[in-house]
Design a protein around this ligand. Structure first.
Ligand code: NAD
Ligand code: TYD
Length: 343
């Protein structure tokens, strides 16, 4: 049985990924190393908490001693690095923690894995969960232009710059050492267990509580939305079939303006559009993201299964059914953050 170190497995995508693997009944042992920052929540993995093929460790990916201890203890075959500070707005207010976790944390994992795998890289894999935000922004009006894996990396926010640094360092370990890396760059995800600071869960939460819905700038920014389970499936496809050293874009071919999503959510919940409140634009706000995912389709035969029209309703229903989950993750820190953000 293979043993995988999954970092950041208690966050939004990581916990969906671990649940996805257990649903598939894969013959693997998973160690989830998560620091449990405000975004990490052990509740997300309650159903598999006591499974014999799962072990949770609370800790920081920047802690070299701990990572070495875990490599000694579990002799990992692979690493999938989800752990990160992930919210653009927070990175504008406090870039340093992004640089520490996203850059130094990734470097720590790489260095320890490299040392433990001792140049014997057969059947070893290090998968870096990167993001489409490394590419920067696209022209608004030319729908034919999308991010390909060859698009120049041109990040704008401290978040995307830190993810780009990590992405480049991971790539450099292949170029320099033939260290067995894979990189995925995915578009915006939505689905259950997403922290209600990101657009979709924030709008659902505020609409349900009849609170104003903050729309940055003119609300016509475009994102390419992908249901989180599709992302998980793509990651597992890349892990199993991807060519070492390669980057794979993952996307939903589903470009939507922010304001359109907000209106759809309001209509689904039968709430008034008067809750929409235009606020000051985000600094350095990227206008449009769109992914050309033809490489993963052509080479690995992967494409998304879910449709936005179906899964946005499922997602809203999940938040309606899990109001306790939302209540638990909304701490004083969150409320303070949202208050500052509004003004
Ligand atoms: P998230 O913020 O929901 O979860 C991040 C997790 O990492 C949390 O559980 C947190 O506790 C953990 N973590 C943070 N710092 C840590 C540290 N120093 N050591 C160990 N654990 C730490 O983020 P997410 O949305 O699930 O994103 C996961 C990954 O996917 C990130 O690398 C992100 O850049 C990438 N990504 C996200 C999206 C998206 O739409 N959410 C899209 C593309 C790529
Ligand atoms: P977000 O969910 O933060 O993801 P990202 O910045 O990584 O794409 O934001 C998605 C889009 O929604 C982005 O264009 C910013 C916008 N947005 C708002 O207009 N209001 C909000 O309150 C938030 C959180 C985001």
């Amino acid at each position: 049985m293979k043993t995988i170190l999954v970092t950041g497995g208690s966050g939004f995508i990581g916990s969906n990924f671990i649940q996805y693997l257990f649903k598939k009944n894969e013959e693997i042992f998973i160690v989830n190393l998560d620091y449990l920052t405000y975004a990490g929540n052990p509740e997300n993995l309650k159903p598999i908490e006591s499974n014999k093929k799962y072990k949770f460790i609370q800790g920081d990916i920047c802690n070299q001693e701990l990572v070495e201890f875990l490599f000694n203890e579990y002799n990992f075959d692979s690493v999938i690095n989800f752990a990160a500070e992930s919210h653009v707005d927070r990175s504008i207010h406090n870039p340093n923690i992004f640089i520490k976790t996203n850059v130094m944390g990734t470097a720590t994992l790489l260095n320890v894995a490299k040392r433990f795998w001792k140049n014997n890289y057969k059947n070893k894999k290090f998968l870096q969960i990167s993001t489409d935000e490394v590419y920067g922004t696209l022209p608004e009006n030319d729908k034919n232009v999308k991010f390909t894996e060859q698009t120049k990396l041109q990040p704008h926010s401290p978040y995307s710059a830190s993810k780009t640094s990590a992405d480049c360092i991971v790539q450099s370990y292949f170029d320099t050492f033939k260290f067995p890396i894979l990189i995925t760059r995915c578009s915006n995800n939505y689905g259950p267990y997403q922290f209600p600071e990101k657009l979709i869960p924030l709008i659902i939460h505020n609409a349900l509580n009849n609170k104003p819905l903050p729309i940055y700038g003119d609300g016509k920014q475009v994102r390419d939305w992908l249901y989180v389970e599709d992302h998980c499936d793509a990651i597992w496809t890349v892990m199993n079939k991807g060519n070492i050293g390669e980057v794979y874009n993952i996307g939903g071919n589903n470009e939507i303006q922010n304001i359109e999503i907000v209106k759809q959510i309001l209509d689904y919940l039968e709430k008034s559009h008067s809750l929409i409140t235009y606020v000051k634009d985000r600094l350095g706000h990227d206008r449009r993201y769109a992914i050309d995912a033809s490489k993963i389709k052509k080479e690995l035969d992967w494409s998304p299964k879910y449709k936005f029209e179906d899964m946005i309703g499922e997602t809203i229903n999940w938040y309606l059914d899990n109001s306790n989950w939302v209540k638990n993750v909304i701490s004083g820190d969150y409320l303070k953050w949202i208050d500052t953000n509004y003004k």
